[in-house]
Design a protein around this ligand. Structure first.
Ligand code: C5P
Length: 217
């Protein structure tokens, strides 16, 4: 199976030295890439800026901004069996990037933000050859928001985690996730190191992909 994984944050520049980003460490996406490689799959990892070593054996694509990540996903999508959008893509970017460093002044500075391109919703809606997995990091109403995302972002699975507690999810080595499937089913993977969660996720993704292929035959 060919697995395309995005991981880490994106950086949206404000000026040559400043940017908007988020707290994603990339650990979950990298763990999924490693688990997929260990299971014998072919892996392309598209990664935002993180402090992690790319897994050996993966095709590695480094990106910074949401636009770069969007381009990279579209470039590498061909022939892919499973797309795992684990990256925490910034939802907004500065409307204008200042060419020079913005000078400090003793008054309010207004920053105009525009929505970034949503990578998942930009994918072809019909005749998809690949299983689409989105992630949802929520601090409130995890189930309601995940189910909404499943439909709006046209995913086969949403992997949702509650990032409101400090010792789980973002930046942490552990996670607890709930999977929401298109047919209404849900599955919980209880608290475990991200490496173990990743192994279970890869099994679930490859089984579902196999099933959908058998159905088409
Ligand atoms: O809407 P939200 O950012 O919470 O959705 C999370 C899911 O959508 C993740 O799978 C993320 O990789 C994806 N996403 C995207 N393009 C964006 C923002 C998020 O594909 N611009």
């Amino acid at each position: 199976m060919r697995v395309l994984i995005t991981a880490g944050p994106t950086r949206e520049p404000i000026d040559p030295v400043r940017y908007i980003s988020n707290r994603s460490s990339g650990k979950m996406g990298y763990a999924i890439a490693e688990a997929a490689l260990a299971a014998g799959h072919e892996v392309t990892l598209i990664s935002g800026p993180v402090n992690l070593v790319p897994p050996r054996g993966a095709q590695f694509v480094s990106t910074l901004t949401s636009d770069e990540m969007d381009d990279a996903v579209h470039q590498h999508l061909r022939g892919c069996d499973v797309l795992v959008m684990c990256a925490a893509v910034a939802d907004y970017k500065p409307a204008k990037v200042a060419a020079q460093k913005i000078k400090k002044r003793n008054k309010t500075l207004w920053l105009e933000l525009t929505p970034t391109r949503d990578i998942l919703t930009s994918l072809p809606k019909q005749d998809r050859e690949f299983l689409t997995v989105g992630f949802a990091a929520e601090t409130t109403n995890v189930e309601r928001n995940a189910k909404k995302k499943l439909l709006e972002k046209n995913c086969d699975i949403i992997v949702a985690n509650d990032v409101s507690s400090a010792d789980l999810g973002m930046e942490s080595d552990a996670n607890e996730v709930t999977l929401f499937f298109r047919n209404g089913k849900t599955e919980n993977i209880s608290r475990a190191p991200k490496k173990n969660i990743a192994r279970s996720l890869v099994k679930i993704f490859s089984n579902l992909r196999e099933k959908s292929l058998t159905k088409k035959m």
